[in-house]
Structure formats: structure tokens, C-alpha cells
Design a protein around this ligand. Structure first.
Ligand code: GLU
Length: 289
């Protein structure tokens, strides 16, 4: 079977040089290996994703000379499939609802930090500090039917105990040069959110379901997602899904060394194109020849 690669942007802004690098690397790997190249639109968040950004993704990638298979998988059309995976995890007793607002969570974290410190995840966000896991079934049911918003979280301790030690095959490298067989450390993320009342899935859950469903054999993506791979390996193990190989690549940075942002116009592909920059110049700028 030919290897399968994918580029999976979220249509919540215009693509920038970093996306061009990731998309071109995937496309090149597919061409070099006689593999397939898929484009996947990760549009599960209706508050941030817009049809015009999705259209811009198609235009910008085509302008770069990238060709992808049709039909494109759009995650918003597959929410029920992610729901089925969530139900399986719920059936294993690994999911619980939490009801705190963002403000309440911030207050709890501040209190714990003042009391001697509170851990943060690899992206720098504090771990979930609440006590919802211990809530009684009656109280849970009451709150859920009262209409208040909630998040469905993975009981990380129970999930890790069930799955045991996990690793992945890293063909690229992590931020600290990690490569080869990398041990997964999902516990560093705490009780991650798998779904919300208003968005019944999450990045972690849908990416794992889709990579398996689409037969992706090598995930080529930025180093900013390196540590999230631990959570992805855990979900794959729990759901009985195959583990692709991973190739995390360096991030393209601006002249100040900062990660690029979708809101900075200067490094946006649309802006560069409007300024008359050619696709060949884009490749040169990101170190691809
Ligand atoms: N949709 C994610 C993003 O735009 C990328 C997902 C992935 O490559 O795993 O950052």
C-alpha cells in the first residue's frame, strides 16, 4: 500500500509561511515515496472557522503548486464519527464532565499557585485544577440537564493506567532533538478536554480518528505539536487504532525568532502573493529548493 500523507489546516485565518512549509514537505514526501497526499480541513470550531478562510486555503495551496485528492475531508461533516469514539471512551469509564467557567478555572489555578505551585502543560497552560472527577453521579446528571455548559475530560490517570507505556516512531525531531522511539508522556497534559457541550469533539479526538480512518501512515507536522503526540498515542491505544509514524519539522520563525501567527499579515501567503512574490521565492524563503 502506498504511504499516505496529509496536511490538516484549520480555516480560522489565512495560511502563512509556516503552513506553506508543512504543506510542501508533506507533498514532497508523497511525491518522493509514490504516496498519496490528502488535504483535511479541521473546522470543528464554528466560532473561529470561516468559509472564506477555507476557500483561501484551496487557492493558496493550488498557487504553491500543490495537488490533493478529492473529496477533501471536512471535519465538521463527521461529528457523529468523533461522537462514536467519545462514546467508546465513555463506555470504558474514562470520561467525566466538568462545569467550571474559564474565570473559575483561572481563580482555582491562582489559588493553587499561591499555595505552592501548580503544573503547566507542554504548551504552558495550567493543568485542569478542578475536582469534577469526584462529583457524584446524581449531581453530574443534575448539572448536565440544567443546561449549563460543560467540558468532557479524559481521566488521564485512569487512561494511562489502562494503556500502559506507549511510544512513537519519530522520523523528524522534537524541540529537544528527540528522535527515534520517543516515549509518550500524555500525563503532562492533565485531564484534557475531549469534547464540549457545544462542540462535541476536540482537536485531539478528531485528529486521531481521522488519521486512522484515512489510513495516514506518516504524520508530517510542526514541532509545536510534538508533545501533543503523547495524547494522540494514548487515544490511539485506547481506541485500538493504528499508530502512524511521525515526522515533526522545524518551525518557520519571523525575524525576531517568534512563531508565525495567522494574524500577522507580513508572513501571510495572500499578502506575499499580492506583493508579487512567486511560489519559487516562497520555497526559497522557507529553505526548500
Ligand atoms: N489542524 C491543526 C493546525 O492547524 C494541525 C493538526 C495536525 O497536523 O495534527 O494546527
Amino acid at each position: 500500500m502506498p504511504p499516505v500523507f496529509r496536511f490538516a489546516p484549520s480555516p480560522n485565518g489565512y495560511l502563512h509561511l509556516g503552513h506553506a512549509y508543512s504543506a510542501l514537505l508533506n507533498f514532497q514526501r508523497a511525491q518522493e515515496t509514490g504516496g498519496r497526499f490528502l488535504l483535511r480541513i479541521e473546522d470543528i470550531d464554528p466560532t473561529r472557522c470561516r468559509p472564506d478562510y477555507e476557500q483561501a486555503i484551496y487557492e493558496d495551496l493550488a498557487w504553491l503548486g500543490i495537488v490533493w485528492e478529492q473529496p477533501v475531508r471536512r471535519q465538521s461533516q463527521h461529528i457523529a464519527e468523533y461522537g462514536a469514539a467519545l462514546e467508546r471512551l465513555q463506555g470504558m469509564g474514562l470520561v467525566y464532565p466538568s462545569f467550571e467557567s474559564r474565570a473559575e478555572i483561572a481563580r482555582l489555578v491562582a489559588r493553587r499557585e499561591a499555595d505552592g505551585g501548580w503544573p503547566r502543560d507542554p504548551d504552558g497552560a495550567p493543568l485542569y485544577p478542578g475536582a469534577a472527577k469526584a462529583m457524584s453521579a446524581t449531581r453530574r446528571a443534575e448539572l448536565m440537564s440544567s443546561g449549563v455548559p460543560y467540558a468532557l475530560r479524559l481521566d488521564m490517570a485512569a487512561a494511562v493506567a489502562r494503556a500502559g507505556r506507549l511510544s512513537w516512531d519519530e522520523a523528524g525531531s522534537g524541540p529537544e532533538g528527540e528522535t527515534g522511539a520517543v516515549e509518550a508522556s500524555p500525563a503532562a497534559w492533565g485531564d484534557v478536554i475531549l469534547a464540549r457541550k457545544e462542540t462535541p469533539t476536540s482537536y485531539h479526538l478528531s485528529v486521531v480518528v481521522d488519521d486512522a480512518l484515512q489510513g495516514v501512515s506518516e504524520v508530517v507536522r510542526g514541532q509545536d505539536l510534538f508533545h501533543a503526540t503523547g495524547v494522540h498515542r494514548l487515544l490511539q491505544a485506547l481506541l485500538g487504532l493504528p499508530a502512524p509514524a511521525y515526522r515533526h519539522h522545524r518551525l518557520i520563525r519571523d525575524e525576531h525568532g517568534h512563531k508565525l501567527s495567522k494574524s500577522t499579515r507580513a508572513t501571510g501567503l495572500r499578502t506575499l502573493r499580492a506583493e508579487g512574490v512567486s511560489p519559487a521565492e516562497i520555497r526559497h524563503r522557507i529553505g526548500l529548493v
